[in-house]
Design a protein around this ligand. Structure first.
Ligand SMILES: [Zn+2]
Ligand SMILES: [Zn+2]
Length: 83
């Protein structure tokens, strides 16, 4: 068993929940802690697997690794009428 070598991401709602990144979205659909904390969190518009505390969403969006891709694509679409 080499499961310990797999990277794990901590659940936003409970850092004790260490989840395989590929299963994070699925985890959030059934996370028991999300049920009573969901109003305190927002979902990143660039990546539905990023569940961010309300007060940190603005900062997160400025440095979200997925935001760069998204903004680049939008910029290209705006600039290139043939694209
Ligand atoms: Zn969780
Ligand atoms: Zn994000």
């Amino acid at each position: 068993m080499i499961n310990s070598l797999e990277p794990k991401i901590a659940c936003s709602y409970n850092p004790d929940h260490l989840v395989n990144p590929a299963r994070l979205l699925w985890h959030y659909t059934k996370c028991p802690d999300r049920k009573h904390m969901s109003q305190m969190f927002k979902i990143c518009p660039y990546n539905p697997a990023h569940h961010i505390p309300n007060c940190e969403l603005y900062n997160h969006m400025k440095r979200c690794p997925n935001a760069k891709v998204q903004l680049k694509l939008n910029f290209r679409n705006d600039e290139d009428p043939w694209g």
